[in-house]
Ligand binder design. Sequence first.
Ligand SMILES: Cc1ncc(COP(=O)(O)O)c(C=O)c1O
Length: 384
Amino acid sequence: MSARIYLSSPDVTDREEQALVAALRSGWVAPLGPDVDGFEAELAAYTGREHAVALSSGTGALHLALLGVGVQPGSVVLTSTMTFAATANAITYTGATPVFVDSDESGNLDPGLLEQALTDQLAAGAQVSAVLPVDLIGKVADHAAIAAVAARHGVPHVVDAAESLGAVRDGRPAGADGVVSIVSFNGNKIMTTSGGGALLCDDPEFAQRVRYLATQARQPEVHYEHTEIGFNYRMSNLLAAMGRVQLARLPAMLERRRGWRRRYRDLFADVAGVSVFGGEDGVGDPTARTRDNFWLTSLVIDAEQAGWSADDLRRCLAERDIEARPLWKPMHLQPVFAAAPAYVNGTSERFFRTGLSLPSGSALSDEQFDLVEQTIRQFLKERS
Ligand SMILES: Cc1ncc(COP(=O)(O)O)c(C=O)c1O
């Protein structure tokens, strides 16, 4: 591996290696097996769900979650504009159209604006088949408020918790909200199976249907009978073996990221015009009933007040081979979704302009973090 310092690189140890080798030697080299079953049970327990279905990606999990709640071609799905493209891509896979809704000051979907958007879409005659909020950068959205809006209009609430596994809000774990939710185990996430995801739900029939759709919709016939289009979305038993170790290590990995958050908070505490993105995060109290998983620590920089911009700091870090990135470019600004309806209030565009995510991974060594800190200190000194 290069000396480059990434935002969030995979954190793997000998334990993952041993688990992978053991799974390989067990003969379960398939998208099924005892590690898939074990991983699903452990994930369900961790997120407070009845069922987890391990899949090949978070995007695939989103696709099946939307199909599972009955999203149809020609309908619309209301979703956060402040997200990664995978959320909106999965909506388009179903033949539905995404309708983007802006954020509140936490960066997550604004429930008041959602109410307006939903009312407006229904009045215009749209068939609204789901509401799909995203837990942005490690923070659980206000799902109680969002669920109330969705329920008032009789629309299913599906949660994209790809970035929030390990976080809690009012004591509820990320992934516990919605009729169905999904998490991701991509290489850059809080824990990884190199690639993978899972769907979480409480209804056994929902879970069973997702397993069926994820294995090519095979009818229980010896000759492979098919009555519907299916998908090849199951997780390999080898990767599930790795996932079990990562899940067991998750509290420690989260703790390490929390430590970086504390240091960034201290570093920028007295810097005018700079705040840590996302507000209340429970950084000082690991038992707080609402807390981040600290997946990424991001700054919000008011360039006028600070005298420098998010891009100035990004360029300075890049010179030392340290990765930093803007917050997600809102989906309503993406050329590919230019035709999709959007309800905007300026918040996501402001965060995109002023936000910067900094190296936050649990695999960062103390020396690497020290280098990031020193580089930032030097930058601040030069700019003050
Ligand atoms: C908000 C969000 N949704 C969905 C995904 C898709 O997950 P995956 O990469 O596992 O397909 C990601 C991350 O990649 C994400 O950040």
